[in-house]
Design a protein around this ligand. Structure first.
Ligand SMILES: Nc1ncnc2c1ncn2[C@@H]1O[C@H](COP(=O)(O)OP(=O)(O)OP(=O)(O)O)[C@@H](O)[C@H]1O
Ligand SMILES: [Mg+2]
Length: 256
C-alpha cells in the first residue's frame, strides 16, 4: 500500500459538494502538488486529511492505517503537520516561541513522567534541552536565526510564511501539508522557497503535499500533480502529463 492514500474523498457543505470522489496516492519522500482554480476544493482536501473536517465519504490512509475520522490532534501526533493559507501564528510571541509552542502542544510529557529523574535531571528538563536543539536546527534550515527573538507580527509577510513552515517542521512530521506557501511572496522569495522545499524533502526524507497557485512552482517541484476543478479531479500525473491535458488547459484558460 502507498505511504499515503486518499480514496473517494467527498465533502459536502449543505447543498455544495466541495470535494467530489477524489482519490490519489503519494509515495514517501516525494512532492505531490494539488492545483486548481479558486474554490476548487484544495484547502477542503487538506482540512479533510488533517481532521479539521470529517469527510462526508471516503477514506484517508497513512502508513497502512486508516486515519479518516481521527481528531486533528491525533492526526498531528501520528506525523502529519500543516501550514494554513492564512497565517495562523501567535503574533505577539517571538519566532522561537512559536516553534516551541508548536512542539509543546505536540509532544507534551505527562506530569509524573516529566518529574522522573534520568541521570540526575528530570525528564522534563532534558526534553526541554532537546526541544531547544531541534528547534534551533530548524531555524537554521529555514534561515530564521536572525529573527528568532522578534515578535512574529513585526516580520514581513514572506518571513511569517517561513515561520509557519518552520513551526510545522518543528513537529517533526513525516508528511507535511503546505497550503499556498508562496502567497504574498516576491519572485526572489518564491524561488528561495522552491529551493528550500526541495532541500527539505531531500534532507529530512519528508513527503510534501503542496497546494500552490503559482503553477511554475507547483509543477517545478512536484513528482506528481493532481488538478481539481469544482471539487472534481480532472487530471493526475507527472507535471508533463498534466500540463498537456486538455481538461486542464480548458479549466485554466476557459473554453475560449
Ligand atoms: N467550512 C465551509 N463551509 C461551507 N463551505 C465551504 C467551507 N469551506 C469551503 N467551502 C466551500 O467549498 C468550496 C471549496 O473551497 P476551498 O477553500 O477548498 O477551495 P480552494 O481550492 O482552496 O480555493 P482557493 O484557491 O481560493 O484557496 C468553495 O465553494 C468554498 O466556498
Ligand atoms: Mg484554499
Amino acid at each position: 500500500m502507498a505511504f499515503f492514500a486518499v480514496e473517494g474523498l467527498t465533502m459536502r457543505f449543505g447543498g455544495l459538494t466541495a470535494l467530489d470522489n477524489v482519490s490519489f496516492e503519494v509515495e514517501r519522500a516525494t512532492i505531490f502538488s494539488v492545483i486548481g482554480p479558486n474554490g476548487s476544493g484544495k484547502s477542503t482536501a487538506f482540512n479533510c486529511i488533517n481532521g479539521i473536517h470529517r469527510p462526508t465519504a471516503g477514506e484517508v490512509h497513512f502508513e497502512g492505517e486508516r486515519i479518516s475520522g481521527w481528531s486533528c490532534h491525533h492526526i498531528a501526533r501520528r506525523g502529519i503537520a500543516r501550514t494554513f493559507q492564512n497565517i495562523e501564528l501567535f503574533g505577539n510571541e517571538s519566532t522561537i516561541d512559536n516553534l516551541m509552542l508548536g512542539r509543546h502542544q505536540h509532544m507534551t510529557t505527562g506530569v509524573w513522567q516529566g518529574l522522573a529523574m534520568v541521570n540526575g535531571r528530570t525528564k522534563a528538563a532534558r526534553d526541554e534541552g532537546e526541544n531547544r536543539e531541534r528547534v534551533q536546527h530548524i531555524l537554521e534550515l529555514l534561515d530564521l536565526d536572525g529573527v528568532r527573538e522578534r515578535p512574529v507580527r513585526e516580520l514581513p509577510y514572506g518571513t511569517q510564511k517561513r515561520v509557519e513552515l518552520a513551526r510545522a517542521l518543528a513537529m517533526e512530521p513525516k508528511l507535511l501539508l503546505v497550503d499556498e506557501p508562496s502567497a504574498g511572496m516576491n519572485a526572489q522569495e518564491r524561488t528561495e522557497l522552491g529551493e528550500r522545499l526541495g532541500r527539505l524533502r531531500a534532507d529530512l526524507d519528508l513527503t510534501i503535499l503542496l497546494i500552490e497557485h503559482h503553477l511554475q512552482l507547483a509543477m517545478g517541484l512536484a513528482d506528481r500533480v493532481l488538478v481539481l476543478n469544482f471539487g472534481k479531479p480532472i487530471a493526475q500525473g507527472t507535471p508533463e502529463e498534466v500540463r498537456r491535458h486538455p481538461e486542464v488547459i480548458k479549466a485554466y484558460l476557459g473554453d475560449g
